[in-house]
Ligand binder design. Structure first.
Ligand code: 5GP
Ligand code: ZN
Length: 114
């Protein structure tokens, strides 16, 4: 989508700190990290949120397979534990409407709340 921030990041029109890429998935460092490691995993195919993504072929599997590959083989995250979050819509505080999965870790996280 031409006016989508994350589509522009995928195409290199806006710079990002890439940490992982394959045919279907792109991942980069979040610009405002909420943990000592904070990455965003996105599908190269534009969808606006996770409920749209699940109706779009195998996108969800591609994303979680990429997270598994990255966290197991390129970081200590899988060994030490991490969190995956996706925000959806207004109450979920979604601000970028290209489906993305936050991967947070690198330190002890607090338990989940509001
Ligand atoms: P949301 O609030 O939609 O779940 O998450 C959007 C995330 O995108 C936020 O954590 C925010 O820090 C991150 N973000 C917004 N703009 C940029 C950007 O231009 N570059 C990068 N790397 N992250 C961004
Ligand atoms: Zn997009």
């Amino acid at each position: 989508m031409s006016d989508c921030l994350f589509c522009k990041i995928i195409h290199g029109d806006i710079p990002s700190k890439k940490v992982y890429e394959n045919e279907n998935v792109y991942a980069f460092k979040d610009i405002y990290p909420q943990a000592s490691e904070h990455y965003l995993f996105i599908s190269k195919n534009h969808t606006k949120d996770v409920n749209e993504l699940v109706t779009s072929g195998n996108e969800l599997n591609h994303i979680f397979a990429a997270i598994k590959d990255f966290t197991e083989n390129e970081t200590e995250l899988a060994k030490n534990g991490f969190r995956v979050v996706t925000n959806m819509g207004k109450h979920g505080c979604q601000t970028v409407f290209h489906t993305h999965f936050h991967v947070l870790g690198g330190e002890q996280l607090s338990s989940f709340g509001k």
